[in-house]
Design a protein around this ligand. Structure first.
Ligand SMILES: *Cc1c(COP(=O)(O)O)cnc(C)c1O
Length: 374
């Protein structure tokens, strides 16, 4: 098998229908495709079904996640919706790990309230506890690892092997947004479905909203394809092309994100006002707790290199306060139990110089220090 770096750089080049010899994949905007005759097709009919540029992207996404089929969607949430609207119906049940993207929980709660697609949360630690939650109606297990924002690690293979041993019909889906195929290939660990918010590391430049679903089973792919053709939540040609371009540097970016994050994870605990740093060891995501008497607001206002903005995975370093941003819709009790306190800061470490990042964070944290009162 082609190694990841070569696949990322070369995998989309030299398409069959390209006679110009262009080194990079051409961008095709056509929504309609001529038929040679009645009952005949070039393989392309109408762009909601499949379209050349998106198809190249999808082949690439499947290759880098070690799947057989991929679907490029208009956002990460559209990817999540594609999975759930394809695989669950009223009175079905699913299980989700308890610490994941806040928008996923908002979606799950809405599914439950409107369609009675019920779910339970699992703490991500003990697989025996997970087995106890399984019901006859369970269709899906949804995992995100490392968890968001508290960086807990779930052993995907242990979950998938254990669940499949007794219930091969239950599909294991993994949101692989944080680690990307550079560090984690869930399909190799016996998971059935990989989902990405490609808005994050796959896009990598804070300028594309996109999502992806990758699978390795033909029947499952057919069902997803039918659903996507029906609803049309797919990615437009230009965004598909931009994403193809972004993927060419994914491995380089991820390495540098990791290098910067490892440096900050080692240095931040030495900064006065930082209570505890959470880091999975690879990838660019770090969370840390500001000391209780430090002002989060003054810290955020003082940032000069990092931006106070909610997203992650891009070239620019972004700081998020999950308690009031990404996880705001989660009940307060649940947030606190997971460690999502008002003092928890999530940092998406970008590709700036690491010393500049540390200096910026250090001065901003100092600006949040308690003001002395007489
Ligand atoms: C952002 C994000 C999503 C949602 O993706 P969008 O592209 O914003 O729709 C899902 N999962 C994770 C882990 C995310 O970070």
């Amino acid at each position: 098998m082609t190694k990841l770096a070569t696949q990322l750089v070369q995998g989309t080049n030299g398409t069959e229908d390209d006679r110009s010899g262009s080194v990079v994949v051409p961008l095709n905007f056509s929504t309609a495709f001529r038929h040679p005759g009645l009952g005949e097709s070039t393989g392309f009919d109408y762009s909601r079904m499949t379209t050349p540029t998106r198809l190249e992207l999808e082949k690439q996404l499947a290759a880098i996640e070690h799947g057989t089929h991929a679907f490029a969607t208009s956002s990460g949430m559209a990817a999540i919706d594609l999975v759930f609207s394809t695989l669950t119906a009223t009175d079905d049940h699913f299980i989700a790990s308890d610490d994941l993207y806040g928008g996923s929980f908002r979606y799950f709660d809405e599914r439950q309230a409107r369609y009675h697609v019920n779910y339970d949360k699992w703490n991500g630690r003990n697989v025996d506890d997970l087995l106890l939650l399984i019901r006859p109606t369970t269709k899906l297990i949804w995992l995100e690892t490392p968890s968001n924002p508290t960086m807990k690690i779930i052993d995907i293979e242990a979950v998938a092997r254990t669940v499949h041993a007794t219930r091969p019909d239950i599909l294991i889906a993994v949101d692989n947004t944080f680690l990307t195929p550079v560090y984690q290939n869930p399909l190799d660990d016996d998971a059935d479905i990989v989902v990405h918010s490609a808005t994050k590391y796959l896009g990598g430049h804070n300028d594309i909203l996109a999502g992806a679903v990758i699978v390795k089973d033909d029947q499952l792919a057919d069902k997803l394809s039918f659903q996507l053709t029906t609803t049309g939540q797919n990615l437009a040609p230009f965004d598909s092309w931009l994403l193809i371009r972004s993927l060419k540097t994914l491995h380089v970016r991820m390495k540098y994100h990791t290098e910067n994050a490892q440096f900050l994870a080692a240095e931040l605990p030495k900064v006065a006002g930082v209570d505890r740093v959470l880091y999975a060891g690879v990838g660019g995501m770090i969370s840390f707790y500001l000391a209780d008497d430090f002002s989060v607001d003054r810290f955020l206002r003082a940032l000069r290199v990092c931006s106070f903005a909610e997203s992650l995975g891009g070239t620019e370093s972004l700081v998020t306060v999950p308690y009031v941003q990404t996880h705001h819709d989660m009940p307060v009790g649940d947030r606190l139990e997971l460690g999502i306190t008002p003092q928890l800061i999530r940092l998406s470490v970008g590709l700036e110089d690491k010393e500049d990042l540390l200096a910026d964070l250090t001065q901003a944290i100092a600006a949040g220090a308690p003001t002395t009162t007489k």
